[in-house]
Design a protein around this ligand. Sequence first.
Ligand code: HEC
Length: 148
Amino acid sequence: MLKILALTLTALLLGACGSVATRIARQVVSLAVVAETAPLEATEAPAVGDPARGKALFTEVRGGVTCSGCHLVDSDARLVGPGLLTVGERAKTRVEGMPAQAYLRESIVNPSAVVVAGYYNMMPGSFADLFTEQEINDLVAYLMSLDG
Ligand code: HEC
Protein backbone atom coordinates (compact mmCIF):
# COMPACT_ATOMS: atom_id res chain seq x y z
CA MET A 1 0.00 0.00 0.00
CA LEU A 2 2.73 2.43 1.02
CA LYS A 3 4.68 1.46 -2.02
CA ILE A 4 1.73 2.14 -4.29
CA LEU A 5 1.20 5.51 -2.64
CA ALA A 6 4.83 6.37 -3.10
CA LEU A 7 4.66 5.34 -6.74
CA THR A 8 1.54 7.38 -7.32
CA LEU A 9 3.12 10.40 -5.66
CA THR A 10 6.21 10.03 -7.78
CA ALA A 11 4.06 9.74 -10.90
CA LEU A 12 2.07 12.82 -9.89
CA LEU A 13 5.21 14.78 -9.12
CA LEU A 14 6.78 13.74 -12.37
CA GLY A 15 3.61 14.71 -14.22
CA ALA A 16 3.49 18.12 -12.58
CA CYS A 17 7.18 18.87 -12.72
CA GLY A 18 7.89 17.06 -15.93
CA SER A 19 8.42 20.18 -17.98
CA VAL A 20 10.48 21.84 -15.28
CA ALA A 21 12.54 18.72 -14.88
CA THR A 22 13.06 18.56 -18.62
CA ARG A 23 14.08 22.18 -18.68
CA ILE A 24 16.55 21.68 -15.85
CA ALA A 25 17.88 18.60 -17.54
CA ARG A 26 18.33 20.51 -20.78
CA GLN A 27 20.07 23.28 -18.89
CA VAL A 28 22.42 20.79 -17.27
CA VAL A 29 23.13 19.16 -20.60
CA SER A 30 23.87 22.47 -22.28
CA LEU A 31 26.11 23.50 -19.39
CA ALA A 32 27.93 20.19 -19.71
CA VAL A 33 28.36 20.80 -23.43
CA VAL A 34 29.74 24.28 -22.80
CA ALA A 35 32.12 22.93 -20.18
CA GLU A 36 33.31 20.27 -22.58
CA THR A 37 33.76 22.44 -25.65
CA ALA A 38 35.14 25.63 -24.11
CA PRO A 39 38.65 24.38 -23.32
CA LEU A 40 38.76 22.45 -26.59
CA GLU A 41 38.01 25.61 -28.54
CA ALA A 42 40.76 27.38 -26.65
CA THR A 43 43.38 24.77 -27.52
CA GLU A 44 42.18 24.14 -31.05
CA ALA A 45 42.01 27.75 -32.07
CA PRO A 46 44.53 28.30 -34.83
CA ALA A 47 47.64 29.93 -33.46
CA VAL A 48 47.61 33.57 -34.41
CA GLY A 49 51.26 34.37 -34.44
CA ASP A 50 53.45 37.02 -35.96
CA PRO A 51 56.16 35.34 -38.05
CA ALA A 52 58.43 38.41 -37.94
CA ARG A 53 58.32 38.42 -34.17
CA GLY A 54 58.90 34.64 -34.20
CA LYS A 55 61.97 35.12 -36.35
CA ALA A 56 63.45 37.50 -33.79
CA LEU A 57 62.58 35.15 -30.92
CA PHE A 58 64.29 32.27 -32.70
CA THR A 59 67.69 33.89 -32.18
CA GLU A 60 66.98 35.44 -28.79
CA VAL A 61 68.72 33.92 -25.75
CA ARG A 62 66.25 32.42 -23.28
CA GLY A 63 67.33 30.26 -20.38
CA GLY A 64 70.88 30.40 -21.71
CA VAL A 65 70.06 28.94 -25.16
CA THR A 66 68.73 29.98 -28.54
CA CYS A 67 66.68 27.94 -31.00
CA SER A 68 69.19 28.97 -33.67
CA GLY A 69 72.02 27.47 -31.64
CA CYS A 70 70.57 24.02 -32.39
CA HIS A 71 68.48 24.47 -35.56
CA LEU A 72 69.21 25.70 -39.07
CA VAL A 73 66.31 27.48 -40.76
CA ASP A 74 67.67 27.68 -44.32
CA SER A 75 68.08 23.91 -44.70
CA ASP A 76 66.86 20.58 -43.38
CA ALA A 77 70.39 19.56 -42.43
CA ARG A 78 71.21 18.55 -38.92
CA LEU A 79 72.93 20.98 -36.60
CA VAL A 80 72.22 19.69 -33.10
CA GLY A 81 68.53 19.29 -33.88
CA PRO A 82 66.96 18.80 -37.31
CA GLY A 83 67.04 21.66 -39.81
CA LEU A 84 63.65 23.35 -39.91
CA LEU A 85 63.34 24.64 -43.48
CA THR A 86 60.49 22.28 -44.43
CA VAL A 87 59.30 21.56 -40.90
CA GLY A 88 55.86 23.08 -41.65
CA GLU A 89 55.35 20.35 -44.26
CA ARG A 90 56.62 17.41 -42.22
CA ALA A 91 54.87 18.67 -39.10
CA LYS A 92 51.60 17.63 -40.81
CA THR A 93 52.59 13.99 -40.84
CA ARG A 94 54.60 13.59 -37.63
CA VAL A 95 51.66 12.56 -35.47
CA GLU A 96 48.59 11.08 -37.09
CA GLY A 97 45.58 13.36 -36.70
CA MET A 98 47.60 16.21 -35.23
CA PRO A 99 47.60 19.47 -37.24
CA ALA A 100 51.01 20.93 -38.13
CA GLN A 101 50.71 23.92 -35.83
CA ALA A 102 49.72 21.78 -32.87
CA TYR A 103 52.71 19.53 -33.51
CA LEU A 104 55.10 22.49 -33.69
CA ARG A 105 53.67 23.95 -30.50
CA GLU A 106 54.10 20.58 -28.79
CA SER A 107 57.68 20.34 -30.07
CA ILE A 108 58.47 23.60 -28.30
CA VAL A 109 56.56 23.38 -25.02
CA ASN A 110 56.73 19.63 -24.52
CA PRO A 111 59.68 18.43 -26.59
CA SER A 112 59.93 15.01 -25.01
CA ALA A 113 56.39 14.11 -26.19
CA VAL A 114 57.57 13.28 -29.70
CA VAL A 115 61.25 12.78 -30.34
CA VAL A 116 62.29 12.86 -33.99
CA ALA A 117 63.69 9.50 -35.13
CA GLY A 118 67.48 9.51 -35.13
CA TYR A 119 67.72 12.25 -32.51
CA TYR A 120 67.81 12.42 -28.76
CA ASN A 121 65.64 14.94 -27.05
CA MET A 122 68.12 17.64 -26.19
CA MET A 123 65.71 20.51 -26.16
CA PRO A 124 65.34 22.15 -22.80
CA GLY A 125 61.98 21.22 -21.30
CA SER A 126 61.50 24.70 -19.95
CA PHE A 127 60.46 26.66 -23.02
CA ALA A 128 56.87 26.70 -21.82
CA ASP A 129 58.08 28.85 -18.92
CA LEU A 130 60.51 30.93 -20.94
CA PHE A 131 58.05 32.08 -23.60
CA THR A 132 54.57 33.53 -23.29
CA GLU A 133 51.64 31.96 -25.15
CA GLN A 134 51.84 34.75 -27.71
CA GLU A 135 55.57 34.22 -28.20
CA ILE A 136 55.02 30.52 -28.79
CA ASN A 137 52.34 31.39 -31.34
CA ASP A 138 54.87 33.71 -32.99
CA LEU A 139 57.50 30.98 -33.11
CA VAL A 140 55.00 28.52 -34.60
CA ALA A 141 53.93 31.08 -37.22
CA TYR A 142 57.59 31.66 -38.08
CA LEU A 143 58.30 27.93 -38.43
CA MET A 144 55.22 27.52 -40.65
CA SER A 145 56.47 30.32 -42.89
CA LEU A 146 60.04 29.08 -43.43
CA ASP A 147 59.50 27.24 -46.69
CA GLY A 148 57.91 30.16 -48.50
C1 HEC B 1 69.99 22.24 -27.13
C2 HEC B 1 69.55 22.12 -28.51
C3 HEC B 1 68.17 22.59 -28.89
C4 HEC B 1 67.60 23.84 -28.64
C5 HEC B 1 68.14 25.00 -27.84
C6 HEC B 1 66.32 23.81 -29.33
N1 HEC B 1 66.11 22.60 -29.95
FE1 HEC B 1 64.53 22.07 -31.06
N2 HEC B 1 65.23 20.17 -31.21
C7 HEC B 1 66.48 19.75 -30.76
C8 HEC B 1 66.62 18.34 -31.03
C9 HEC B 1 67.85 17.46 -30.68
C10 HEC B 1 65.44 17.92 -31.68
C11 HEC B 1 65.10 16.50 -32.18
C12 HEC B 1 64.68 15.63 -31.01
C13 HEC B 1 63.30 15.97 -30.53
O1 HEC B 1 62.35 15.85 -31.32
O2 HEC B 1 63.16 16.40 -29.36
C14 HEC B 1 64.58 19.11 -31.77
C15 HEC B 1 63.32 19.13 -32.37
C16 HEC B 1 62.61 20.28 -32.66
C17 HEC B 1 61.43 20.33 -33.46
C18 HEC B 1 60.77 19.16 -34.18
C19 HEC B 1 61.40 19.06 -35.56
C20 HEC B 1 60.82 17.99 -36.45
O3 HEC B 1 61.40 17.75 -37.50
O4 HEC B 1 59.81 17.37 -36.12
C21 HEC B 1 61.03 21.64 -33.51
C22 HEC B 1 59.85 22.22 -34.24
C23 HEC B 1 61.97 22.40 -32.70
N3 HEC B 1 62.91 21.53 -32.19
C24 HEC B 1 61.89 23.77 -32.50
C25 HEC B 1 62.71 24.46 -31.62
C26 HEC B 1 62.50 25.84 -31.23
C27 HEC B 1 61.42 26.75 -31.77
C28 HEC B 1 63.48 26.15 -30.31
C29 HEC B 1 63.65 27.43 -29.53
C30 HEC B 1 62.51 27.86 -28.75
C31 HEC B 1 64.31 24.96 -30.16
N4 HEC B 1 63.80 23.96 -30.96
C32 HEC B 1 65.41 24.87 -29.34
C33 HEC B 1 67.43 20.54 -30.14
C34 HEC B 1 67.23 21.83 -29.70
